[in-house]
Design a protein around this ligand. Structure first.
Ligand code: URA
Length: 422
């Protein structure tokens, strides 16, 4: 094969053969297929799509580009969760220790934030001492002893995806369902989890703004997982409103700890418990109610052990932003809309997120909102608190928030369901 032949085949709307796919992924990983050739192929895939057979082969080839982890030596079953990303989505933090406290090991490989969506590792790194990088041996030992680990994926896992994702990011080819599905699933299958729950977000703050597209992404990923022998379920969940009451890093850790202590915002608790139920069922545990385990405080114990195992101090004070700015409610009435994208952009501009992969994030930065859609507010009461170390950032964050919320007199406001479908 050569790259031009493969590009032309997809450009002209043909299905790629297994051997073309295997070759192009391997040759790209080795550097024999150039970035500009892979860019052209990614664009042809974005425009012309792929059949399920091609997506499955593409995924298998990306898995084969690196190592596969193996958790079969563990004394308990494994389950993992992947969220396609949203605003205020701190669910992994309470979820991993909750599921572990129910006897299922959670090998949660997580990422950093890019753009308006936050990253689990950025949030956890606000805990003094906590480290994201573990060797495979450390990860395995922690899974056996603690039951939960949240860490960065090692360089050996699906290296073809690492290269390709960076390339897609700068060539306008992120938004292709075959490429997103194979990217996510190659990492999750290579990670070696026995079961997987996908939280596919839909709404303004999500990758997929459109429900039909979110459904297609969900069913493609479920098919890939099932095909590879991983018990896979997807929930379609709302991301038109941000989750909980915080978007940032340290402030999301604090909110997660509230949930583990039996409090916290109702929507965060609801989604944590719904995903825990699916993860437990996928791992064959059906006799425990995660809501009860959360209330019992056992998930908090596991959280503390998990944080300590990775060098963190669960009792240390979390970093706080140096500056804050309060936005007051413009009128009295009901908060009828709070837009996830507006809040995500504001948090990002305050310094909670990064524009380029190399950028640092501020641990204390972010947005706290003091009401959720449906809540009654009084004119002049604090509606948002903006947090940053650099006050020059307030102006741009305020511009992002503008038009992102509405206070009206519609007292019959009813929130849309959080879990849209399974
Ligand atoms: N997350 C991934 O890991 N890959 C994608 O392509 C999109 C989101």
């Amino acid at each position: 094969h050569d790259a031009v032949e493969v590009i032309i085949a997809k450009r002209d709307g043909h299905e790629l053969t297994d051997s073309q796919i295997d070759w192009v992924i391997d040759a790209y990983t080795r550097g024999e297929v150039a970035d500009e050739q892979m860019s052209a192929l990614a664009m042809a895939i974005l425009l012309n799509g792929m059949e399920m057979r091609e997506i499955a082969r593409w995924t298998a080839a990306m898995i084969a580009s690196g190592e596969r982890m193996d958790f079969s030596s563990l004394s308990r079953p494994t389950s993992d969760k992947h969220s396609t990303g949203g605003v205020g989505d701190k669910i992994t933090l309470p979820l991993a220790p909750l599921v572990a406290a129910c006897g299922v090991a959670v090998p949660q490989l997580s990422g950093r934030g890019l753009g308006h969506t936050g990253g689990t590792l950025d949030k956890l790194e606000s805990i003094p001492g906590w480290r994201a990088t573990l060797s495979n041996a450390e990860m395995l030992a922690q899974l056996e002893e603690v039951g939960a680990v949240i860490c960065a994926a090692g360089d050996g896992l699906a290296p073809a995806d690492k290269k390709l994702y960076a390339l897609r990011d700068v060539t306008g080819t992120v938004e292709a369902i075959p490429l997103i599905a194979s990217s996510i699933m190659s990492k999750k299958i290579a990670e070696g989890t026995g079961s997987l729950v996908l939280d596919v977000k839909v709404g303004t703050g999500a990758f997929m703004k459109d429900e039909d597209q979110a459904r297609e992404l969900a069913s493609t990923m479920v098919a890939l997982g099932t095909d590879a022998g991983v018990h896979t379920v997807a929930l379609l969940t709302d991301m038109s409103t941000p989750l909980g009451l915080t978007a940032g890093n340290a402030i999301e850790v604090a909110e997660s700890v509230e949930v583990l202590a039996g409090g916290g915002p109702a929507d965060v608790v609801e989604l944590t418990v719904a995903l825990a139920r699916e993860m437990l069922a996928g791992a064959g545990v059906t006799d425990l109610d995660p809501a009860e385990v959360l209330a019992s405080g056992r998930a908090m114990d596991t959280w503390r052990t998990m944080v300590r195992a990775q060098g963190g101090d669960p009792d240390a004070a979390l970093p706080e932003a140096r500056e804050s700015h309060v936005v007051a409610a413009p009128a009295s009435g009901t908060l009828t809309r709070l837009d996830a994208m507006a809040v995500g952009l504001a948090a990002w501009r305050l310094g909670a997120g990064r524009a380029r992969k190399e950028d640092p994030v501020q641990a204390g930065a972010g947005v706290v909102w003091h009401a959720r859609p449906g809540d009654t507010v009084t004119e002049g009461q604090p509606l948002f608190t903006l947090l940053t170390d650099e006050p020059a950032r307030f102006d741009r964050a305020l511009v992002s928030l503008e038009g992102g919320y509405e206070v009206g007199d519609d007292t019959s406001y009813a929130a849309a369901p959080l879990v849209i479908d399974r």
